[in-house]
Design a protein. Sequence first.
Length: 133
Amino acid sequence: MESMNPAPATTARPAAILAIILASYVMILLDNSVIFTALPSLQADLQLSTGELSWVQDAYTLVFGGLLLLGARAGDLLGRRRVFVFGLVVFSVASLLIGLAPAGWWDRRPGDPGYRGGDRRARLAVPAHGELP
């Protein structure tokens, strides 16, 4: 009589799995460091108060958590490895494009070529002092 538990098709590679988990965690840390590094310049450029700056952090955290849940569900439906590799490719391509982008193209001042006018706060949908969305 055969055993009820079939033999595993592949052998586990704990070192490779640990390396993948650690690489993923480092990428998450790098991603989070971007927002925390940018906070002082966001505050200075947009004249944000401390309370308004917390909205930026909260919005980032909510979007990050929501996409994390969406990615986990996609991994359940489409396969964890496929979704993981897709996420790595998207993250890498986006990072490359950001790194290659010309600096300062979004920071136009009145009188500069390409300036469209208007209030920067209105264009970025940042709440004014004391207002809730």
